[in-house]
Design a protein around this ligand. Structure first.
Ligand SMILES: NC(=O)c1ccc[n+]([C@@H]2O[C@H](COP(=O)([O-])OP(=O)(O)OC[C@H]3O[C@@H](n4cnc5c(N)ncnc54)[C@H](OP(=O)(O)O)[C@@H]3O)[C@@H](O)[C@H]2O)c1
Length: 435
C-alpha cells in the first residue's frame, strides 16, 4: 500500500500554543516519512485557537480556521480531533465530547482532564465507537504510556517511580551542582522558561501528581485517583538538605511513586526523596524527566528524555495519530478493558527509611532528648551526623533511620519539634534505595 493511492487521514487541531503549533509543524515537516509509516498521508485540514491573528509557526495554506473549536470537531473534513487546549473543564471537554459523539477518534495531551475526570472520559468513550489516545499527557516526549500499555503488557507491574516534573528537577539538580538556594534557582528557572510565572502547580507537586495518577491507573488498572496521592513539593528543600544528602551518598529528587504492597494495596505519593547517587534516577539532570518501571518478568526498565516542550510533546501527539491512521485502538486503560477496584494503602502504613534534618541549639542533652523520643516511637537510627561545634548556637543534626512505618516517623518528628532546643520542625524526607 503506498500513500499516493490512499485517502489522507484528515486532522483537526484545536489549540495552537506550544504543543499545538509544534504538532502542525511536525505533521508538515515530516509529511513524507509519516505517510510512509502510517500507510496514508496525514493531512491537517482544520485548526482552531482563540486569536486568529496571532502568528503561528506553520504554513496555514489550505487549512480551515474555526473560531469555535467545537465546530472544528464537527467539521465533516476532519476525521481525527487533536485537543491541545488544556484544562479539565470548558472548551477542551466540549471538543472531546463533540468528537466522540460523532465517533471521531481523539488525541489529547490533557493530563488535568484525564487525571481529574477519568470517570467522565470513560463514560464518554463507552457511548462512542472511537478511541482516545494520550501518550503526550505524561512525560512529554517519553513514550511511557506505550511502554506500559504495549511493551510491558505481559507483566504485573509492581512499581512506578517517576521524575515527572522538569521544573522541579531543574531546580533540585541545579541546587546540587551549584550549592545555590531554592529561591535563587527558581528565579533562574523562570528566566530560562523552565518555570511558569506562577510556579505553584509545579513546585508543590500537583503537576507530577496528575501524571502519577495516570501512570498508576495504567500500571494497576484502577481509575486515576489524585485524591489518594500524598502530595508535597520541593519548597522545603534547602541547600543544607542537599549538602548533607550528598555527604551521605544521596541526591534529592521529586519522585512520583506508585507501588504495589505485598497485600495488593497501592501506595501513591509525590514528594522529595533521597536516592543513592549511583541510582539511574540520580543522574537525571536539568529539566529532563524519567520513569522507572518494575515488572514481574521484565525486571526494571528506565525511560528518560524531555518531559515537556513543544517539539518533544508534539512527537508523542503525532505517534498517537500514526496509531489511529494504522487502525490501532487500545482501551483507555491499556491492558485493562475496564477499571478494576484497587485498594489504596494508608500512607501512614508505608514502611521505609527516612532522613531528618534538625536545627538545634548546640548544648548538652539535645541528642539524648531526641534519641529518647525516637526510642519511644520505635524509630531505630542508622546514622547521626553533626557538622561543626558551636556551643549555645544553632547547628544542623542529620539523622537517618532504619525501616520505620511512616506514622511512627511522623509522630516522632512532631514530638521532636516541641523540644525547646529544636529551632524548627524537623525536615523529614524518604530514602528510596533504588539501584
Ligand atoms: N507545554 C508542554 O510542554 C506540555 C507537555 C505535555 C502536555 N501538555 C498539555 O498540552 C496541552 C496544551 O499545552 P500548551 O503548553 O500547548 O498550552 P498553551 O501554549 O497555553 O496553548 C493553549 C492553546 O489553546 C488555545 N485556546 C485556549 N482557549 C481556547 C478556546 N476556548 N478555544 C480554542 N482554543 C483555545 C490557545 O489559543 P491562543 O493561542 O489563541 O491563545 C492556545 O493556542 C495542555 O493540556 C497541557 O497540559 C503540555
Amino acid at each position: 500500500m503506498t500513500s499516493a493511492t490512499t485517502a489522507p487521514l484528515r486532522i483537526g487541531v484545536a489549540g495552537l500554543g506550544n504543543v499545538g503549533s509544534a504538532t502542525v509543524r511536525l505533521l508538515q515537516d515530516n509529511a513524507a516519512v509519516l505517510a510512509d509509516r502510517a500507510g496514508r498521508p496525514l493531512l491537517v485540514t482544520a485548526v482552531s485557537a482563540r486569536d486568529e491573528k496571532r502568528p503561528r509557526d506553520f504554513d496555514r495554506a489550505g487549512i480551515t480556521w474555526h473560531q469555535d473549536a467545537v465546530a472544528l470537531a464537527q467539521d465533516p473534513n476532519v476525521d481525527v480531533v487533536v485537543e491541545l487546549i488544556g484544562g479539565a473543564e470548558g472548551k477542551a471537554w466540549d471538543v472531546i465530547t463533540a468528537a466522540l459523539k460523532l465517533n471521531k477518534p481523539v488525541v489529547s495531551a490533557n493530563k488535568a482532564m484525564l487525571a481529574l475526570r477519568g470517570g467522565d472520559v470513560l463514560a464518554a468513550l463507552d457511548s462512542s465507537q472511537a478511541a482516545l489516545l494520550f501518550e503526550a499527557a505524561v512525560a512529554g516526549g517519553i513514550p511511557v504510556i506505550k511502554t506500559l500499555r504495549e511493551g510491558l503488557a505481559a507483566n504485573h507491574i509492581n512499581a512506578v517511580y517517576g521524575i515527572l516534573n522538569g521544573t522541579c528537577n531543574f531546580i533540585l539538580s541545579t541546587m546540587t551542582a551549584t550549592g545555590r538556594a531554592f529561591d535563587d534557582v527558581l528565579t533562574e528557572a523562570k528566566v530560562l522558561g523552565y518555570a511558569e510565572a506562577d510556579p505553584t502547580f509545579d513546585i508543590d507537586g500537583h503537576d507530577a501528581a496528575h501524571k502519577l495518577a495516570l501512570l498508576s491507573a495504567l500500571a494497576f488498572g484502577g481509575m486515576p485517583a489524585v485524591d489518594a496521592i500524598k502530595i508535597s513539593g520541593i519548597r522545603a528543600v534547602s541547600s543544607l538538605d542537599i549538602a548533607f544528602a550528598r555527604e551521605l551518598g544521596y541526591r534529592i529528587r521529586l519522585l512520583g511513586i506508585a507501588r504495589r504492597r505485598a497485600d495488593g494495596a497501592i501506595e501513591q505519593s509525590v514528594e522529595a526523596c533521597l536516592v543513592p547517587q549511583t541510582s539511574p534516577l540520580a543522574t537525571v539532570e536539568g529539566p529532563l524527566n524519567a520513569v522507572y518501571l518494575s515488572g514481574d518478568y521484565v525486571g526494571k526498565v528506565l525511560l528518560t528524555g524531555a518531559g515537556a516542550g513543544g517539539k518533544p510533546t508534539a512527537s508523542a501527539v503525532v505517534a498517537d495519530i500514526v496509531d489511529i491512521a494504522r487502525g490501532q485502538h487500545l482501551p483507555l486503560l491499556g491492558q485493562f478493558s475496564a477499571p478494576t477496584k484497587i485498594k489504596m494503602a494508608a500512607i501512614g502504613e508505608r514502611v521505609g527509611r527516612y532522613f531528618l534534618r534538625l536545627q538545634v541549639i548546640d548544648q548538652p542533652g539535645v541528642i539524648a532528648d531526641v534519641s529518647a523520643i525516637l526510642r519511644d516511637c520505635k524509630v531505630s537510627l542508622e546514622t547521626v551526623l553533626q557538622r561543626g561545634r558551636d556551643p549555645g548556637q544553632e547547628v544542623s543534626v542529620i539523622l537517618t533511620t532504619h525501616d520505620t512505618p511512616q506514622a511512627q516517623m511522623d509522630a516522632a518528628a512532631a514530638a521532636i519539634a516541641k523540644l525547646s532546643s529544636v529551632r524548627e520542625a524537623p525536615h523529614v524526607m524518604r530514602i528510596e534505595d533504588l539501584s
